[in-house]
Write a protein that binds this ligand. Structure first.
Ligand code: ATP
Ligand code: MG
Length: 560
């Protein structure tokens, strides 16, 4: 049998009769090819399974049905193959032979006929040309195989890339969803921020107006005499103004512009102290449970505002549980690390949670719950400022408010409060200063708002003080420079040009012994600006004003 990797072209020779096979083989060998002589057609077919260039076969070997076997093999060839046969004929011109040869062409397809006796050159040229044609077929096969391999590789690459793309795509989808969530949260935060700006500005102006109203009502009440009916009218007006002031305080709280007196506060004892009040507020249908971890660290927060926030949350819980339920107040310590989505600085927090088993909120209500004036409680029942206040307090204290709610199963509000640093002021409420009348003093009063200035001057004069008015910081400094011997400086903060803080700083430098009282409508005091001076939150009553002055001028002063 022939080895497949034969470098020379293999030519099968089948000439079973006589000694022609040896002669033909020799001629083929001389042409540079490698003849393999077969004795039967079966042997030829077996050898055809290897790499064979040409088959030289004597016509008589194919007579009868013999060609059929070859025909089967020819029919099974792959598409690239068209095996060349060289058939050596006898000079026999009869019609029978002609028909036989036509038949051969159909059966074996690629057939060349050479008539015997052969000329050496004719045989060699024919076999060589057939061999070249056959080699080209093998080249085509190699090319096709390479192409098949390449396309399989291509398919594998395409599949790989498709999987890669699929992965990248789903990652992208996830990222887009994440970005959309973040964007929605940002939008919500921006909306609240814009609302805060708006509300803060309006509340500040209202606060100033209320300042004038309360101040003048205060004075009026003293001058009214004994008429009880007039006093009732005045009390009504005063009550209205006070409620207005409470409202503006809550608005300022939402806008993060209230004066916070943050101090190291033990939330657990604050909550425990409030349980009685909460119990009375929520009524007998609601059971209260307190779950607090032991050894809670103290937090940095304004305790009065925190009490207010807790009460707001408790009242909301009560309103959501009209047929009764359980109000659970929880206290736990939590560490926030950088990856946290809370929007607070990494660090230690105490989380105060207020959970109810009430009606809960749908997604739309939940999304708007902290907006100021958003309420579902009907006219006169809710102002929609409870959660706004809690939100503002949380933000301004460096914490966060999170609400979770499921309709008809309940709501949990979580208030994150930063654990106090070691430098936080110690806990304990500021002692109540006993109101005491101070000796008449000379007071330099600075406010750019004529309405407020007028009413405060009246209040001060009514307390027996002598008041010198200035309408700007510059004017006040000029008065001091010109030798005004004041006992006390009372100044507004938000003024065009030089602010109250800047004035206080300058006065401190030049007249260190002159006491200063800073009246502020809101905490617009940036950290770097803070000067350690007494503060008075607007709107103030005459009594509050008197208390602060008494505190600053305990024994009366004779100027400095
Ligand atoms: N615990 C709760 N369960 C169900 N809904 C709540 C809860 N807390 C708040 N809400 C919803 O959020 C809205 C806003 O609450 P928020 O406390 O700000 O205002 P309010 O309670 O309506 O009025 P206010 O507190 O000023 O009296 C409520 O009207 C209510 O629809
Ligand atoms: Mg409320």
């Amino acid at each position: 049998m022939v080895r497949p990797e034969t470098p020379k072209g293999v030519v099968l020779v089948l000439m079973p009769i006589g000694r022609d096979a040896a002669t033909v083989a020799k001629l083929i060998e001389r042409a540079g090819l490698r003849p393999v002589v077969c004795n039967t057609l079966q042997e030829v077919i077996e050898n055809l399974e290897w790499v064979i260039e040409v088959v030289v076969v004597a016509e008589e070997a194919l007579y009868g049905n013999n060609a059929r076997v070859l025909e089967d093999w020819v029919g099974r060839q792959p598409p690239w193959s068209d095996q060349p046969f060289v058939v050596l004929t006898n000079r026999n011109e009869g019609g029978k032979f002609a028909a036989f040869r036509r038949e051969l062409v159909i059966r074996l397809r690629n057939v060349g006929f050479l008539e015997r006796p052969l000329q050496a050159i004719t045989l060699q040229a024919t076999v060589l040309s057939a061999e070249r044609a056959r080699r080209r077929q093998y080249q085509t096969r190699a090319y096709l195989e390479a192409q098949r391999g390449a396309s399989a590789e291509l398919e594998r690459l395409v599949a790989e890339r498709t999987a890669d793309l699929e992965r990248a795509n789903s990652q992208l989808r996830e990222e887009i969803a994440g970005r959309e969530r973040a964007q929605a949260a940002l939008l919500q935060a921006q909306k609240i921020e814009a609302l805060g700006q708006l509300v803060g500005g309006v509340a500040h102006d209202f606060n100033n107006l209320l300042m004038a109203v309360i101040g003048n009502l205060d004075l009026l009440s003293k001058k009214l005499g004994e008429d009880a009916r007039l006093h009732r009218l005045l009390d009504g007006a005063m009550e209205g103004a006070r409620r207005g002031a409470t409202l503006t305080q809550r608005l300022l709280a939402f806008a993060r512009k209230q004066e916070l007196k943050a101090q190291a506060t033990d939330v657990r004892s604050l909550v425990e102290d409030m349980i009685g009040l909460i119990d009375r507020s929520v009524g007998p249908m609601v059971r209260i449970e307190l779950h607090a971890e032991d050894n809670m660290p103290v937090v940095d927060v304004d305790p009065n505002q925190l009490e207010m926030a807790l009460l707001n949350l408790a009242v909301n819980a009560r309103d959501a549980m009209i047929t009764g339920g359980v109000l659970t107040i929880g206290l736990s310590e939590q560490i926030v690390d950088i990856d946290d989505q809370l929007g607070v600085q990494p660090g230690r927090y105490v989380v105060l949670s207020v959970r109810d088993t009430g009606e809960g909120m749908d997604a739309q209500t939940l999304a708007r719950a902290v907006e100021p004036f958003f309420s579902t409680k009907g006219v006169g029942k809710g102002t929609g400022l409870g959660l706004s206040m809690v939100f503002g307090l949380a933000q301004q204290s460096g914490g966060a408010l999170r609400l979770e709610s499921t309709p008809s199963s309940g709501t949990t509000a979580r208030l994150w409060l930063p654990v106090a640093s070691e430098t936080s002021p110690p806990s304990g409420r500021a002692p109540n200063i006993v109101t005491q009348a101070s000796a008449p003093a000379k007071i330099l009063f600075v406010d750019d708002d004529l309405l407020i200035a007028g009413s405060t001057v009246d209040l001060l004069e009514d307390l027996g003080h002598q008041v010198i008015e200035a309408h700007s910081a510059i004017e006040a400094l000029r008065l001091l420079e010109s030798g005004l011997a004041a006992d006390l400086l009372i100044t507004d903060h938000a003024m065009p040009g030089m602010t109250g803080i800047e004035l206080a700083r300058e006065v401190r430098r030049q007249y260190p012994r002159l006491p200063i009282l800073l009246a502020t409508g809101f905490a617009e005091l940036e950290g770097s600006e803070v000067v350690d001076v007494a503060r008075l939150a607007k709107p103030y009553t005459q009594a509050q004003l008197a208390t602060e002055i008494a505190h600053l001028l305990p024994n009366g002063r004779d100027g400095f």
